[in-house]
Design a protein around this ligand. Structure first.
Ligand code: PD2
Ligand code: ZN
Length: 289
């Protein structure tokens, strides 16, 4: 009587390993027979396994290879020299926390209280409902994901902007001219900025004219201009990090390619009590015009 011999996943793996090692089918068949396999059952198991393997392999080869955009140089602070503070030129700036992947650095005392207050005072009369860049057209639109009010300064528009821009350039070894003008955002209770990436989506047509003004964004600095009573942290959902908003502190992060693999998805958590003011600086690859 013929004993039924099941073709187990382990047997299939063994057959594939033999083929990959270059052993001829007769040799494989011979060793199966030597270990008690009926010849017909062994041949059927080999055919079935190898046909399935080949079909899977061919399908994989036909899958399009999606290449990552090339990595570009990015700004960074020299935290290797001192994990405690870095030189901002006119001010020593504390390193509260630094991580590598994604590159996130929390700076302490980047701005003085007087600078925070001056930026808020200059921005207040110009606040309007924040808009989000519309990637399809390159324009901007009011968006439910962003329930703050905001405004943009021109680069170097006033004394405090100039001073902060020079400090950031020194701190991050990145030219002042590669920076966009400061953006100020004001959040009231319930307002938030849902998680997003700050780089421009290269697959969208609207990105073309945006990139013509200095290339991609490669880094962001969110500077806290006040300390909200409750809520309003800056979150990095890919890595489970949340930075608490403290007046004068800032969170810096960089992204060397316009791709989610940079793990720089980030958001502004809802403000629960009090208000939140931030100034955001985006740095481009080249001179921003
Ligand atoms: O206000 C924030 O914490 C925040 C979060 C995410 C600001 C931005 N993004 C931004 O200005 O891009
Ligand atoms: Zn952002």
């Amino acid at each position: 009587m013929q004993v039924k011999q099941p073709v187990t996943p382990e047997l299939r793996q063994w057959i594939i390993a033999q083929a990959q090692a270059g052993h001829a089918p007769e040799v494989v068949l011979q060793s199966m027979r030597a270990s008690g396999w009926n010849e017909d059952v062994a041949i059927a198991a080999m055919e079935d396994t190898l046909q399935g393997f080949l079909a899977e392999h061919q399908a994989k080869q036909q899958e399009p290879v999606v290449a990552l955009p090339p990595a570009v140089p990015v700004p960074d602070a020299n935290v290797a020299e001192s994990p405690v503070w870095v030189d901002g030129g006119d001010r020593q700036v504390q390193i509260v926390m630094a991580m590598k992947q994604p590159r996130v650095i929390v700076f302490g005392g980047l701005l003085g209280d007087d600078e925070c207050d001056a930026i808020i005072a200059a921005a207040t009369p110009r606040l309007a409902r924040s808009e989000t860049v519309q990637m399809d057209t390159g324009g901007s639109e009011v968006h439910a994901a962003r329930t703050s009010r905001g405004m943009f300064f021109e680069r170097g528009e006033n004394e405090v902007c100039k001073r902060v821009e020079a400090r950031l350039a020194r701190l991050l070894s990145w030219p002042v001219i590669n920076g966009e003008g400061l953006q100020v955002l004001h959040y009231l209770p319930g307002a938030e900025y849902q998680p997003h990436h700050d780089y421009f989506d290269p697959s969208k047509a609207g990105t073309v004219p945006i990139l013509a003004r200095g290339g991609q964004r490669v880094a962001t600095i969110v500077m806290y201009l006040n300390s909200p009573e409750k809520g309003g942290g800056t979150t990095f959902p890919d890595v489970g990090v949340e930075v608490g908003p403290v007046k004068g502190n800032a969170v810096f992060f960089s992204y060397d390619r316009a791709h989610p693999s940079t793990k720089t998805l980030h958001g502004g958590a809802p403000v629960i009590a009090g208000e939140k003011w931030v100034a955001t600086k985006w740095l481009r690859e080249r001179e921003f015009t």
